[in-house]
Design a protein around this ligand. Structure first.
Ligand code: 6GU
Length: 226
């Protein structure tokens, strides 16, 4: 999968893809991430990419022209399955969307900043909008990092069988069960006996029970189905 990201703050995306699982995915050639600086498409020598909103009001708007120039330049080389704009007024990103997007070959992600991007870009170039929750971030970059992480780990070959995404919270609308590691007793707190039993059937049943109980307690909304 190739993911191109248009941003005015590429520095915000310097680190998230260079560690741990995503780093490995890139090294294995399973994931390619490119950040494109919108300023390279500025409308003048001053590097201008934003302007005041028509009608007045606080904050700046990312202008249509640099965005279109960047998008169309990238589209010369790549046919994108989706052109995604990150915005708090988009539909909420979730595991189901992550699963679906992870099947694509090429994605173009657009990070807004300030007051957002000119609505005409949203009307004519964006194919999908996403929010990562009901709070406001200063820009779409951290949201883009969240989405790239969620997709990257789903790509075939990125996770080993043991860490398979099939067992994640949310994959079956259930939260994950509790996990324990050595020692068996820590400060007097013992690991549940069943996990030491070696009885795989009982362990599976216990995990399933714990998942259901946790979900009932913490996220009953997940059990109400789609
Ligand atoms: Cl995608 N962008 C911004 N700026 N704020 C957000 C968001 C996205 N999702 C939640 N808050």
């Amino acid at each position: 999968m190739k993911i191109d990201i248009i941003t005015v703050v590429p520095g915000l995306l310097d680190s998230p893809f260079n560690h741990s699982i995503l780093k490995r995915a890139r090294e294995k050639g399973l994931l390619e991430v490119n950040c494109i600086n919108l300023r390279d498409y500025a409308i003048n020598k001053q590097g201008q990419v934003d302007d005041y909103p028509f009608g007045g009001g606080a904050g700046m708007v990312l202008m249509a022209e640099p965005l279109v120039n960047a998008i169309e330049d990238l589209q010369q080389h790549t046919s994108y399955n989706e052109v995604i704009y990150f915005t708090p007024d988009g539909p909420a990103f979730n595991q189901k969307t992550a699963n679906r997007l992870s099947l694509h070959q090429n994605l173009l992600l657009i990070c807004g900043h300030y007051k957002g991007i000119d609505q005409r870009i949203r009307d004519h170039f964006i194919t999908m909008e996403l929010s990562i929750g009901d709070y406001v971030l200063s820009g779409g970059e951290l949201a883009a990092a969240v989405v790239v992480d969620a997709l990257g780990r789903l790509l075939p070959g990125v996770l080993s069988d043991e860490t398979s995404a099939l067992f994640d919270s949310f994959q079956d609308n259930l939260l994950a069960p509790p996990v324990y590691s050595r020692p068996e007793v820590f400060r007097g707190w013992a690991v549940p006996e069943v996990l030491l039993s070696g009885n795989h059937k009982r362990i599976e049943e216990w995990r399933q029970e714990q998942s259901v109980q946790r979900t009932k307690e913490r996220r009953p909304d997940l059990l109400e189905g789609e």
